[in-house]
Design a protein around this ligand. Structure first.
Ligand code: PLP
Length: 349
């Protein structure tokens, strides 16, 4: 603030350089939301009428930004254990018009990277990875931000790192990076010289300053999230009616969320009751997401519950419990105690 320069400038550039280095991509382009990042990625890689396959179980922007550029989001079901795009269902939903895939690293767990990359290369599809929840996640030791063609991040406050509002695109394709830089700032090549259609999607230096500091803290925050997830997993294993997050081989989960799957019949309660009892003990829970995309009014007509059995079931049964890096060990034990009590199975030592 003392520099007197609050708009996008040198701090945003510095943040981009650090972010690109951190994820192992050649370029990082900052924008003012994850939604803007997805919009610019789709706009650069899709033509009107193209189809892009997205998971039915994600935040709305993964699909709605395809609509915004005149493309058609085709919904596909997800894997019941990892919540991420099911490659077999992707294959079933491909048509001659399919141009791209947009897998989501949901809750911080990488999607099935190797199978999806194989599909993309066999069918000449572009890949746009939605890593809004996956800062710090990796596949076989390689950061998810370094994969082609483009990776989109959000810095919304609930994410693994935040700038208040903000987003980032990472890519190792120089032409794409140049496209994003122009489009985020009115297609302005030099002062008041506009060569193409653009917008104001710039991240301010003020927000970028938060980003630089948050990025510095990210590795420690991810270690804490993983430690918390390991404690929760140990403390909550073996409860009938509660399934814990499953780690797929080779995946380094960033644990933006720790999401349980409830067997409501076994627990003999509704999800709302489960949440209310925990809330009474001071434990905040959340549902990501109560509606699969095919049930959202905006995507009416894109399929029925029978077309998406897994995401339909997940939307009814998932609940996220706290895993954030600010939790102390004793708070985690209190959470474990409360969840075991709600499930009436007693507390493990
Ligand atoms: C999976 C996913 N995609 C996209 C977004 C959009 O990001 P933003 O809220 O920064 O626009 C979010 C965050 O809310 C998200 O969780």
């Amino acid at each position: 603030m003392k520099s007197g320069r609050l708009r996008a400038g040198p701090v945003a550039e510095d943040f981009e350089a650090r972010f690109a280095r951190a994820v192992g991509a050649e370029h990082a382009v900052s924008v003012n939301s994850g939604t803007a990042a997805l919009y610019l990625a789709y706009r650069a890689l899709l033509q009107p009428g193209d189809e892009i396959i997205v998971p039915d179980f994600t935040f709305v922007a993964t699909a709605s930004m395809a609509v915004a550029v005149g493309a058609k989001p085709v919904l596909a079901d997800v894997d019941p254990e990892t919540f991420t795009l099911d490659p077999a269902d992707v294959e079933r939903r491909m048509t001659r018009r399919t141009r791209a895939l947009a897998p989501v690293h949901l809750y911080g767990q990488p999607a099935d990277v190797s199978r999806l990359m194989r599909l993309a290369s066999q069918h000449h599809l572009k890949m746009i990875w939605d890593a809004a929840q996956a800062h710090g996640a990796a596949f076989r030791g390689r950061d998810v931000g370094s994969f082609p063609d483009v990776v989109c991040y959000s810095f919304y406050p609930s994410k693994n790192m935040t700038t208040g509002e903000g987003g980032m695109l990472t890519t190792s394709d120089s032409a794409l990076a140049a496209n994003f830089r122009l489009a985020r700032s009115h297609g302005e090549e030099s002062r008041y010289h506009h060569v193409s259609l653009g917008f104001n999607f710039r991240l301010t230096d003020l927000s970028a300053a938060l980003g630089v500091e948050q990025l510095r803290k990210l590795p420690a925050a991810i270690r804490r999230r993983r430690r918390n997830a390991a404690l929760l997993t140990r403390g909550l294993s073996g409860i009938p009616g509660i399934a814990l997050p499953q780690l797929r081989e080779g995946m380094s989960h960033a644990f933006n969320l720790f999401t349980l799957r409830l067997d409501l019949e076994a627990l003999q309660m509704s999800r709302e009751e489960f949440q209310t009892v925990l809330a009474r003990r001071g434990i905040e829970t959340a549902v990501h997401y109560p509606l699969p995309l095919h049930r959202q009014p905006i995507f009416r007509g894109s399929g029925t519950d029978r077309d998406f059995p897994v995401s339909t079931r997940l939307a009814q049964t998932v609940v996220s419990i706290p895993v954030h890096p600010g939790l102390s060990r004793s708070e985690i034990h209190r959470i474990i105690h409360a969840v075991r009590e709600v499930a009436s199975v007693g507390v493990r030592a």
